[in-house]
Design a protein around this ligand. Structure first.
Ligand SMILES: *Cc1c(COP(=O)(O)O)cnc(C)c1O
Length: 477
């Protein structure tokens, strides 16, 4: 199968082309024109499959140009997760409510689910072609650490990570600025995530920048969820969640379940949408947001309007986003390339577009006060959930089987946890994190604890006009 441009479907590329060059014509992304479909028979058999087997079935169904061996190797990265056999952990919370914990990888956020195998694939393709790559990423907090970890020590790939100074949690920042391997460069920028993402997009299509990289024998690509390579792995865990529910007898034949997704750039939710189209019996996809509630308005009123909005800093920083990139792939699927191009043009010119209501989605948002209440309530029941996952509980009152998608480990957000549960301030993050873990009989992963004692490697914080030259200077070294 080939992927097509969301703003020009006559542009067709292979998966490897899309992985290594994710910008499509007219500023679009790459997406499938049609999705492969699985029937009841498959799901019946799949109850006995391991996570890896399910993953390979999903991947093979796309019939991409990348060889099975490369994918199989990529899935081996899941051996680094808490449970070597299955990267995620699902449990029952309540009568109809389940939680799909996707944060059991090395950097403790769901971004590892896609970026670990993605890193291995890019590395494999680079080796095969004898080429060297510069992979860029802009992060609202979790993509950065996960990308750096995925490529740490690679001989064929260098990584530049842009993060908004003052826009991430302390643990997220430490995970980035402590990154030691010499192929990694971390740059703090003055601005927010939207600024970082805009800087990334403009560099991806900057000819002068690419020429400069070419002189140093580097080709450019991106690790953000604008890259379809990440979306592919984000379909699989929603698919697996369906199979898990079937296996446990939690769903009757043909019964559907709802999925709640804490959303920012809409990559995770898009994975659920694709999984549904591929045959997983998903009912509603419920989009949970924080006060940056552009998606709530889009799904409830059909309006995406950022004219009078400015980014609000919340306790769920990975969702502090106004320009949600992956919505474009949904628009393409629903309305086609011509309309998508028009809508995206409206967004860049008038900062607003309108569409007819999209069925199959529900959307709500949470204030920080509500999130804190949910965290406290769950803690009373003995369960610690992070502030992003907490936004899902606005939907939790349900009589249908429902899967909450849990996106990060709470240790990344100790100050918000302590404030929500104990109404206390942070005076010593490490000590308070350990105390909270102790109280709930949990252990803190070593790679999180050691962050506090390490020395920062990356100290530069630059203005947006200095990003390009900072990168070029580093490349030349
Ligand atoms: C990235 C992230 C999100 C948002 O995911 P999208 O795919 O961008 O919608 C939510 N929660 C956490 C913890 C994240 O890291």
């Amino acid at each position: 199968m080939k992927l097509v441009g969301t703003r020009d479907k006559s542009q067709k590329v292979t998966l490897s082309e899309a992985l290594l060059n994710p910008s499509a014509n007219f500023g679009g992304l790459f997406a499938p024109l049609k999705l492969p479909k699985f029937d009841k028979n498959f799901f019946h058999k799949a109850k006995d499959f391991s996570y890896e087997e399910v993953a390979m079935e999903v991947i093979r169904s796309f019939d991409f140009d990348v060889k099975d061996d490369i994918f199989k190797n990529a899935l081996k990265t899941y051996a680094k997760f808490d449970d070597k056999k299955c990267p995620l952990h699902i449990e029952k919370l309540d009568k109809h409510l389940y939680i799909n914990e996707l944060y059991h990888g090395p950097t403790r956020a769901f971004k590892d689910m896609a970026l670990q195998p993605f890193g291995s694939i890019i590395d494999g393709l680079a080796k095969k072609d004898g080429k060297k790559y510069l992979i860029m990423c802009a992060t609202s907090g979790d993509t950065g650490p996960a990308t750096l970890e995925a490529f740490s020590g690679s001989e064929n790939v260098k990584v530049v990570c842009l993060y908004p100074d003052d826009g991430t949690s302390e643990v997220q920042r430490l995970q980035m600025v402590n990154a030691k391997a010499s192929n990694l460069k971390v740059i703090g920028i003055k601005g927010n995530f939207d600024d970082a993402q805009r800087a990334l997009k403009s560099l991806l299509s900057d000819k002068e920048f690419k020429d400069e990289l070419a002189k140093n024998e580097l080709s450019l690509s991106a690790a953000n969820s604008v890259n379809f390579g990440r979306i592919l792995f984000q379909i699989i865990y929603h698919f697996y969640a369906y199979i898990w529910l079937l296996k446990k007898g939690a769903l009757k034949d043909d019964e559907k379940f709802d999925i709640i997704v804490p959303s920012g750039n809409f990559g995770n939710a898009l994975g659920a949408y694709y999984a549904k189209k591929m045959g997983a019996k998903i009912g509603s996809i419920k989009i949970a947001s924080n006060q940056n509630n552009v998606l709530t308005e889009l799904f409830n009123y059909g309006v995406y309007d950022i004219n009078d909005k400015s980014l609000v800093k919340t306790m769920s920083p990975a969702m502090d986003i106004l320009v949600s990139s992956n919505v474009e792939r949904l628009l393409f699927d629903k309305f086609g390339d011509v309309k998508t191009r028009e809508l995206m043009l409206d967004l860049s010119r008038a900062k607003c577009y309108e569409i007819s209501k999209i069925r199959g989605f529900k959307a709500k948002y949470c204030t920080d006060e509500e999130c804190a209440k949910f965290i406290k309530k769950l803690a009373k029941n003995g369960k610690l959930i992070d502030p992003h996952t907490a936004t899902c509980f606005k939907f939790a009152n349900t009589k249908k089987p429902t899967m909450i998608t849990s996106t990060a480990h709470w240790v990344k957000f100790t100050p918000s946890m302590i404030k929500a549960i104990k109404n206390e301030k942070i005076y010593d993050e490490k000590a308070q994190m350990l105390a909270l873990a102790n109280e709930f009989n949990e252990t803190i992963p070593d790679e999180i604890l050691s962050l506090f004692d390490a020395k920062a490697v990356h100290t530069s914080v630059v203005g947006q006009d200095k990003i390009k030259e900072t990168i070029i200077e580093w490349i030349k070294k």
